[in-house]
Design a protein around this ligand. Structure first.
Ligand code: F7E
Length: 326
């Protein structure tokens, strides 16, 4: 039985990936951080797998090298998926140093731990389309120059480059994913898609009157998170480490997403959506659209779920969830 270690297991991606790995017969170890919320609350995304006999949780932190090294020594994972991060772009402007520590240096600590323990393991480093940022050619693909537009994007660029460096310098098996936005009913509530589906449903059910947002013109390449985690697993099943863009190849504005979400509930977003400057970012990434050709050719992967299907899935899930509480 193979063992996989996941940092960020309590997040959207970690929860899908742990389900996929457990279905494939892996033993999964997830790193969780101690914080002031209770553990059941912190791992609510893991409800489908929490009682699985092959799932273990271990306290640790990407800012604590000793904890990482201890977990590696104890569990000797065959594969490591580094999904842990301070992943909110707007918040990274408020806590840039913390973001650099967790999202950037966290990756280095993991690499150093692998090197020091001498483990023959494969590492997946979760990179982001935020590394491309602004002023790049579209669509963005693996050779596109990075130009991050936030502390989060800059930290991810560091994590990407240091992963490539450790691959070249120490011959470690490290693959970088460059994932464009990927969403689902498990998306955190302060990312724009989930904020919109929750807001639209709350308005529909009479619990809220307006939904305040920031920049409606920003364009993103949005896919379905579960499908992206299938590709992440495939990256570590290759004979050689490599870097891959995962994207749908289509882009839509935040305004388009509002239209889809409100329409699916029989409403016109223009009657309910307002603009609040506080949601604007000091520097914005205007347009992201990925070219997933390399993933298609080498991994045989492509995104299948359309944005309309994804929006419907998220709206329905939020509707059912809120309805139950009324
Ligand atoms: O913003 C605009 C905002 O926070 C999308 C993370 O997973 O994907 C995510 O980063 C767009 C931006 O995601 C609101 O200005 C308008 O242009 O959902 P988001 P993100 O910043 O693209 C990448 C790939 C990652 O790696 C990140 O970890 O929507 N926007 N109004 C708003 N955004 C938010 N959050 N809230 C608003 O009210």
């Amino acid at each position: 039985m193979k063992t996989a270690l996941i940092t960020g297991i309590s997040g959207q991606d970690g929860s899908y990936l742990s389900e996929i790995l457990l279905e494939k017969g892996y033993s999964v170890v997830g790193i969780v951080r101690r914080n002031s919320t209770t553990l059941p609350h912190q791992i609510s995304n893991l409800q489908n797998v929490i009682d699985h006999p092959n799932l273990k949780l271990a306290y640790g932190d990407l800012t604590d090298q000793n904890s990482i090294q201890r977990i590696l020594t104890e569990h000797e994972p065959d594969e490591i998926y580094n999904l842990g991060a301070q992943s909110h772009v707007k918040v990274s402007f408020e806590v840039p140093e913390f973001t650099a520590d967790v999202t950037g240096l966290g990756s280095l600590r993991l690499l150093e731990s692998i090197r020091h323990t001498g483990l023959k393991t494969k590492l997946y480093q979760a990179g982001s389309s935020e590394m491309f940022g602004g002023m790049t050619k579209e669509p963005q693909h693996e050779p596109t120059r990075f130009h991050p537009r936030s502390p989060y994007g800059a930290a991810k660029v560091f994590a990407h480059h240091i992963s490539v460096n450790y691959r070249e310098a120490y011959d470690l098996f490290v693959s970088n994913g460059i994932l464009f936005n990927h969403e689902s009913p498990r998306r955190g509530e302060n990312f724009v898609t989930r904020k919109i589906t929750l807001g639209a449903v709350s308005i529909k059910l009479g619990l809220q009157k307006k939904l305040m947002l920031g920049n409606l013109e920003a364009k993103r390449d949005w896919g379905y998170a579960r499908e992206y985690m299938e590709a992440v697993w495939l990256m570590l099943q290759q004979d050689h480490p490599d870097d891959f863009v995962l994207a749908t190849g289509k882009t839509y504005s935040v305004r388009d997403f509002c239209e889809l979400a409100f329409n699916s509930l029989g409403m016109d977003y223009r009657d309910y959506v307002g603009i609040d400057e506080k949601y604007f970012r000091p520097s914005e990434v205007d347009t992201l659209i990925g070219d997933p050709n390399k993933a298609r050719e080498k991994l045989g992967w492509e995104a299948k779920t359309t944005l309309a299907e994804l929006t419907d899935m998220m709206v329905k899930s939020d509707y059912d969830k809120i309805k139950k509480t009324l």
